[in-house]
Design a protein around this ligand. Structure first.
Ligand code: IPD
Length: 279
């Protein structure tokens, strides 16, 4: 019997490889930077071209499928998840890294059916690491199975998060306060690689033990969520409830013990939802 979702996934890997090559080629040339919602929310022509390439290639093969793409949403498309097979695309996750040539830049694609993630692909294209995961079938990096560290002791863990400018001073204070609280546990360290999708894959392959973030989007999370889940990781909401792809927040960890400890340590702030607003 043919496996339609596997065919979609195989096609996704191929188009992601092409997208990664486009990004590497663009790094050899001048990069013109444009601003989106704020001076620290950047976009380049490459983000837009890569998203167009991915969507047109998928649309040609699967014309009835839906799309939520970072740059299409920035241009006015909606980001409401439906039951229809849906491709959730971040053409360049780590645009700030890309413009600085800081080497964690990924193409991230998650594919949902009936709002459940069926597979995820994250291609860290400068490192040339292709992370792939299909529901129930494990996670891989360049075809080799990967799994989380299994670490249960937060004081022995390396924690990832992302720090960004916040226009709301209270949110800024809370974000920095959370970092201070976690460092004071103490943990082995905190790192900010600059690509949410790569962060999830770093937890998936055991290079880090946890990742938390408030203020990202579904296109930053969808691909990596599949990878880390299939690698045996735990993914939950920052409040401790079930992970919600449209909630703009998450905790990812190598074990439930670490995830739940982070729930206790982190103070939440309101970041809205992807399906009700666009920031
Ligand atoms: C960004 C990256 C970054 C995170 C930002 C995201 P983008 O994605 O994932 O790690 O801190 O919140 O917006 O904009 O480069 O696709």
């Amino acid at each position: 019997m043919s496996d339609t979702w596997q065919e979609c996934m195989d096609h996704c890997v191929e188009v992601t490889k092409t997208a990664g090559k486009m990004i590497r080629d663009a790094l050899q040339k001048d990069i013109a930077i444009m601003q989106k919602s704020s001076p620290v929310d950047l976009v380049t022509e490459t983000d837009q071209k890569v998203e167009q390439l991915i969507i047109s290639s998928i649309k040609e093969k699967y014309p009835t499928h839906s799309f939520i793409g970072e740059e299409s949403v920035a241009a006015g498309s909606t980001s409401v998840l439906t039951d229809n097979p849906t491709w959730i695309i971040d053409p360049i996750d780590g645009t700030t890294n890309f413009v600085h040539r800081f080497p964690f830049v990924s193409v991230s694609i998650g594919f949902t059916v009936k709002k459940e993630i069926e597979f995820g692909i994250v291609y860290s294209c400068i490192e040339d690491k292709m992370y792939t995961a299909r529901k129930g079938k494990g996670a891989f990096c360049n075809g080799v199975p990967i799994k989380v560290s299994g670490q249960e002791d937060i004081s022995k863990s390396l924690v990832l998060t992302e720090m960004g400018f916040k226009s709301d001073p209270e949110q800024f204070k809370t974000m920095l306060g959370n970092i201070r609280t976690i460092l004071s546990i103490p943990v082995h360290g905190i790192r900010s690689p600059g690509s949410a999708a790569v962060n999830m894959c770093l937890v998936a392959c055991g290079a880090a033990d946890a990742y938390y973030h408030m203020g990202i989007h579904c296109w930053d999370m969808a691909g990596g969520a599949a990878v880390v889940t299939e690698a045996g990781g735990v993914i939950i909401d920052i409040s401790g409830g079930p992970f919600d792809l449209m909630s703009r927040r998450l905790i990812v960890a190598s074990s439930r013990a670490i995830a739940e400890r982070l729930v206790k340590e982190i103070t939440e702030f309101d970041v809205g939802r992807d399906d009700t607003e666009h920031k």
